[in-house]
Design a protein around this ligand. Structure first.
Ligand SMILES: [Mg+2]
Length: 220
């Protein structure tokens, strides 16, 4: 992925150098993606069985024991983003918690959603009290987070549900405070974690104070 260009927002976003930075993922961090995707695939005659931490290997035709072809899952994933992200519920407490953090830190939303979904995704954020700048990326998140973090002299925090993204940020920008959060209660038990390297808080009630402490936000 070394050849993948960084998203242009890495240089164009307004990131004040003397303000801490919080870079936060969308699916399963700000939004209850799996629950919404489950409802969407249901309309297409499939059911989701959350018995592992995977996206496309959890989709079945009712009554069958082998998951549907991964390519079919991927097509539905793209279709979900293209037409119906409004279905997605916000993770409990996310908007209020980020609102408080935003009083003292710059907030940037960083999603690996399909690039074609930028406008629907931005609209979902705005309609749910999360109108922060949106960066759409591809592949491991480390290089982009490193470039964003380099824009401020203050500390940076990064939140994601996926261990590979957290590992990537650790490799590219080890000074960034990393946090894992898995919003879907059924998915939590299956999510690979490394809490000794990336502290894990699955609710915003726990996560927001931990971020504030790591960033040494005054009065928090
Ligand atoms: Mg995610």
């Amino acid at each position: 992925m070394a050849d993948t260009p960084l998203p242009p927002e890495v240089t164009t976003l307004n990131i004040p150098p003397h303000r801490p930075l919080v870079v936060v993922d969308v699916d399963e961090v700000l939004g209850l993606f799996m629950r919404s995707f489950e409802a969407f695939v249901g309309v297409h005659g499939l059911e989701m069985r959350i018995d592992r931490f995977a996206l496309f290997q959890n989709l079945y035709r009712p009554g069958e024991t082998t998951h549907v072809d991964v390519s079919q899952g991927r097509r539905l994933f793209d279709a979900f983003f293209a037409c119906d992200p409004h279905l997605m519920e916000v993770a409990p407490g996310a908007a209020a918690a980020l609102g408080l953090l935003a009083e003292q830190a710059t907030i940037v939303v960083f999603s690996n959603a399909p690039a074609a979904c930028r406008s629907t995704r931005a609209r979902w954020l705005a309609e749910n009290g999360l109108a922060y700048p949106l960066v759409i990326g591809v592949g491991p998140k480390g290089p982009t987070v490193a470039a964003l973090a380099a824009r401020t002299e203050s500390p940076t925090a990064f939140v994601d549900d996926l261990l590979p993204n957290l590992d990537s940020v650790e490799a590219e920008a080890p000074e960034v405070h990393r946090f894992q959060s898995v919003a879907d209660e059924r998915l939590r038990v299956f999510a690979p974690s490394a809490p000794e390297r990336h502290p894990r808080y699955d609710t915003w009630n726990e996560l927001a104070p931990a971020i504030a402490r790591a960033l040494k936000l005054p009065g928090r």
